[in-house]
Design a protein around this ligand. Structure first.
Ligand code: OGA
Ligand code: MN
Length: 286
């Protein structure tokens, strides 16, 4: 029996009774879709799936992004987030995979550095460390609704510049290659979005560099203020991974970040599929 139970805060929920190792029928899909619609973070435990099964299920949400160069899984439809090499050994702390992991520890939303940002992501836990390595989520619809009026007025109608090189550069300037810089020039994103669900959401995150029409200082001050407000503890759902959990999130309604773990000693392997967006945030400005 398919069962939906809210987690805390209740923008996250747990959906049980669905078996993604089998192709799901349309009735089951409609239950998943409705649950995803109501809960921007949805946890499906006990899904021992292969990459192909993950891709097949993810494609029900829409077209998938192809993994960019410089990331494990490049050219395929999966992103592999891990501190392990192909042989299963832990890589050196200076390795790009570790730095990429650190970059994911900044609050962000996936692919906000692309002209058309990602709609949703599905992350499958294959190997999890005993401690640390959780993933935290914030519902940016809740945050928008709770924004103090003065802050809301300052952000309404604004357009931000999101830049991959800026976000990654905060971790290590060497993390961004010339190839990436060229392939991923800065893009514009609306700061308040409403993707037809009738609910406004605040759209910021680690790649959000500046605000159009404001000076650098004004931009950073406002972005930092918004980030500080959004990331207050009462807004955060922290997911404690168990192996075979699959978590689905709405990138237009949430921010997320990884929690550090002892990556020189413990093993972690996660596989992500990313559902491409179908509309620019500028066209969906709230
Ligand atoms: C991601 C991500 C964080 C984590 O998969 O997009 O940011 O905890 N993951 O692995
Ligand atoms: Mn991410």
């Amino acid at each position: 029996m398919v069962e939906l139970s809210p987690l805390s805060p209740s923008f996250a929920a747990r959906l049980t009774g669905v078996d993604l190792t089998q192709e799901i029928d349309d009735d089951t899909w409609h239950v998943v879709e409705a649950a995803h619609h109501c809960h921007p973070v949805l946890v499906l435990p006990d899904q021992t799936i292969s990459d192909d099964q993950q891709v097949a299920f993810s494609e029900r949400f829409g077209l998938l992004e192809t993994t960019k160069p410089g990331t494990v899984g490049s050219g395929s439809k999966v992103v592999v987030l891990t501190n392990l090499d192909h042989a299963g050994n832990i890589v050196a702390t200076s390795h790009r995979q570790i730095l990429n992991g650190r970059a994911n520890q900044q609050w962000h939303t996936d692919s906000s550095f692309k002209v058309i940002a990602a709609k949703a992501s599905l992350l499958s836990a294959r190997i999890v460390p005993q401690s640390g390595g959780q993933t935290e989520f914030i519902c940016m619809r809740t945050v928008y609704a709770a924004l103090p009026v003065a802050l809301r007025q300052q952000v309404e109608g604004q357009v931000a510049i999101h830049d991959y090189a800026y976000g990654r550069g905060q971790i290590d300037p060497n993390l961004v290659t010339d190839e990436e810089r060229e392939a991923l020039p800065p893009v514009e994103q609306a700061m308040v979005i409403n993707h037809g669900e009738g609910v406004k959401s605040l759209y910021i995150g680690a790649h959000c560099k500046a605000i159009k029409g404001l000076t650098w200082e004004q931009s950073r001050q406002l972005i930092d203020k918004l980030t500080a407000f959004a990331t207050q503890e009462q807004f955060v759902y922290r997911h404690d991974w168990k192996a075979d959990d699959l978590v689905i999130w709405n990138n237009r309604a949430t921010l997320h970040r990884g929690v550090p773990f002892r990556s020189a000693e413990a093993r972690r392997l996660m596989v992500r599929t990313t559902v491409a967006g179908d509309m620019s945030t500028l066209a969906a400005a709230g």
